[in-house]
Design a protein around this ligand. Structure first.
Ligand code: MF3
Ligand code: CO
Length: 273
């Protein structure tokens, strides 16, 4: 089940490898636009905000910098953002009828295309007063992403990243969603490799300098099993099977000689207005 779903979402058999310094600069610009967009959305999130308001902000913000939201029209997805609330894990639709409640865990996932260079990042926010397990859920998911990012360098394997993320899920007693995962990005929306949040040390594809991919753990308070919406009105939203709340944190990384550069994280001094 894991790999079949992985293949379902991967569009090519190629890795995104960006070695040209000029092209890397464009990728970095794409990430800077995306990181700034997330930063502004972070300040907007509050009860009563509609998901459509997030979508329209992201649309006009990226347009201002000559970029596009990459997922519009991708596999018939109509939107440029995904907003997933509570038991929605990923690919939640940014609808005007979907309103942020008084207390919630809200994940925002956005892909930016700047002159053909695609970056992908997600952030999860806590809204209102929530119980401690929800705080641990969001912190644990973020920690798993950052621990895996720290492991990235040439010649390690994808399984090393999955192993690292799974250890954090275990430490926090969180459910790990393994039906979906990270992916190559940069030149296409979903390239190889498929980056699961579970794995065995030393197994899987080898990582090389200049590879571009995402690291995106999805954890939840329940079992980690998910269901894919297959209604005509939606057809996208992935929810936890047990309706437990979930979190999703994602960055795009570019592998360097000794580690990686986090393309979708920028210094606040570089934020775009
Ligand atoms: N960032 C999301 C992903 O990597 C994009 C979801 S929109 C979709 O899956 F159209 F691709 F579903
Ligand atoms: Co992604």
């Amino acid at each position: 089940m894991l790999t079949s779903l992985g293949f379902k979402f991967i569009d090519s058999i190629f890795m995104s490898i960006i070695s040209d310094p000029f092209e890397q600069q464009k990728l970095i610009r794409s990430g800077q636009i995306l990181a700034s967009c997330h930063h502004h959305i972070a300040n907007m999130i509050k009860p009563g905000l509609s998901c459509e308001q997030i979508e329209s902000f992201a649309m006009s913000f990226t347009a201002k910098y000559g970029a596009k939201l990459a997922t519009i029209g991708y596999r018939e997805y109509k939107y440029g953002t995904c907003v997933s609330i509570n038991e929605e894990v990923v690919h939640g639709l940014p609808l005007a009828t979907k309103i942020i409640p008084e207390t919630a865990v809200v994940s925002i996932d956005i892909m930016v295309d700047f002159e053909g260079f695609i970056t992908d990042a997600a952030r999860t926010y806590i809204v209102g007063e929530v119980d401690l397990p929800v705080v641990k859920l969001v912190e644990g998911t973020r920690e798993a992403m950052w621990q895996a990012i720290k492991v990235v360098k040439p010649n390690i394997r994808i399984g090393d990243l999955g192993y690292t993320m799974q250890q954090i899920a275990k430490k926090y007693h969180l459910g790990n969603v393994t039906a979906l995962g990270g992916h190559g990005v940069g030149l296409n929306i979903h390239d190889e490799p498929f980056v699961l949040s579970v794995g065995r040390k030393g197994r899987g594809a080898k990582i090389f300098e200049n590879m571009v991919f995402t690291i995106e753990p999805m954890f939840c308070l329940g079992s980690g099993e998910v269901v894919f919406d297959n209604t005509e009105e939606d057809g996208w939203t992935v929810r936890t099977k047990d309706n437990s709340w979930s979190a999703h944190e994602e960055h795009t990384v570019l592998v360097t000689a000794k580690g990686c550069r986090v393309i979708t994280e920028i210094d606040t001094t570089d934020l775009l207005e």
